[in-house]
Design a binder for this molecule. Structure first.
Ligand code: ATP
Ligand code: MG
Ligand code: MG
Ligand code: MG
Length: 339
């Protein structure tokens, strides 16, 4: 099968013409027996040219104006003032759609490319938050190529964390592909599952005791506020997919029954994480609280958390006095806010 390539050239920068020249070279240099290349020239106004105009622009070496609002159409957003990309996981919550909308010049709810991409990737998140001095579980990264070529190296690295440990695709949500690995003989199966879903896999130590799971909502852009803290309780080994989405398997406690100083720490750490990751609009920050030791460990940041009327995030702000409709109105306002 030939590889189909979309070649974007031109664009809004001062190197528009240089880019078109480079594109012409690349176009003629890509072997046609291996690649099926589709060029799209982006005019200086940031519009995508249809094929014939793209061809003309490549020949003339410049496309100052013209073009079609292809990006707007791709985003199904022409004529709207803002987009609410209520999408979870890769290709939605990870900066890709945000990039599309950013290019299209359409304001949207939630984090931009950077905050979305970094927060989606559990390893990147851990690295950024580590440098911000936020406590987290011990972790290791493994990539698919290594798992294919040197599986023992990956197993050894996992063993450094001790058992049980968690194996997770780095860029997913809803607990999809996550395993709690109780013993070394369960490790390969967990890694195969995770690598079937992602090129990057994170291995995580477990806390010393079964942790309490507490979550907090953040709302705002560069001066965000934190909601009250909520807690999830469930009767399962961990908060897996089935427990998350089967009615009645988990209960939400808002506010979480925590000592006030612990709740305050949760809120403060969540705000610090939100800013460190350059998030915007909203995020739900999830923690493990180890009651026995008083440890508070940040688990993850979800930049587009579950958003049904019964989901944790809106419920947390409802407890703060903001109704669901007020909340979504506020989010659109934040999307339109100058930053
Ligand atoms: P979400 O749907 O919230 O986006 P997710 O798919 O990103 O979830 P995590 O929140 O990382 O996944 O993990 C899912 C669940 O697995 C947690 O809520 C918790 O119950 C359990 N878990 C994950 N990592 C650990 C850990 N290191 N120690 C203990 N439990 C863990
Ligand atoms: Mg998540
Ligand atoms: Mg998620
Ligand atoms: Mg989670």
């Amino acid at each position: 099968m030939k590889k189909r390539i979309l070649l974007l050239a031109g664009g809004q920068s001062g190197e528009h013409e240089v880019s078109l020249m480079s594109a012409r070279s690349v176009l003629s240099a890509l072997p046609r027996d291996q690649f099926d290349v589709t060029p799209v020239v982006i005019s200086k106004q940031g519009r995508w040219l249809p094929p014939t105009e793209t061809q003309r622009a490549l020949e003339s070496g410049e496309a100052a104006t013209g073009g079609d609002l292809v990006l707007h159409r791709v985003a199904s957003a022409e004529g709207y003032d803002a987009v609410f990309p209520l999408l979870h996981g890769p290709m939605g919550e990870d900066g890709t759609v945000q990039g599309l909308l950013t290019l299209a010049g359409i304001p949207f709810v939630g984090s931009g490319v950077l905050g979305s991409a970094v927060s989606m990737d559990k390893v990147m998140t851990k690295q950024v938050l580590e440098s911000a001095g936020i406590a987290q579980v011990a972790w290791r990264l493994a990539v698919r190529r290594e798992w294919q070529q040197n599986p023992q190296g990956v197993r050894d690295r996992a063993a450094e964390l001790g058992f049980p440990l968690f194996v997770k695709p780095a860029n997913l949500g809803s607990s999809v592909g996550i395993s709690k690995v109780g013993a070394p003989d369960e490790l390969d199966g967990a890694l195969n599952l995770a690598f079937g879903l992602d090129r990057r896999v994170i291995l995580e130590a477990m806390t010393s005791h079964k942790p309490r799971e507490v979550e907090v909502g953040i709302l705002g852009n560069d001066a965000p506020i934190a909601s009250p803290v909520g807690e999830l309780r469930f009767d399962a080994d961990f908060y897996d997919y089935e427990t998350k989405y089967t009615e009645g398997r988990a209960t939400m406690h808002i506010p979480a029954p925590l000592p006030p100083e612990v709740a305050e720490r949760v809120r403060a750490e969540a705000l610090r994480a939100f800013l460190a990751l350059d998030c915007a609009g909203l995020a739900r920050v999830d923690f493990f609280y180890v009651e026995e030791t008083g440890e508070l460990l940040l688990n993850e940041v979800n930049t587009m958390p579950g958003f049904t009327t019964t989901s944790m995030y809106p419920k947390l702000f409802e407890a703060a006095g903001l109704s669901y409709s007020e909340l979504v109105t506020r989010l659109v306002g934040l999307a339109l806010e100058e930053r």
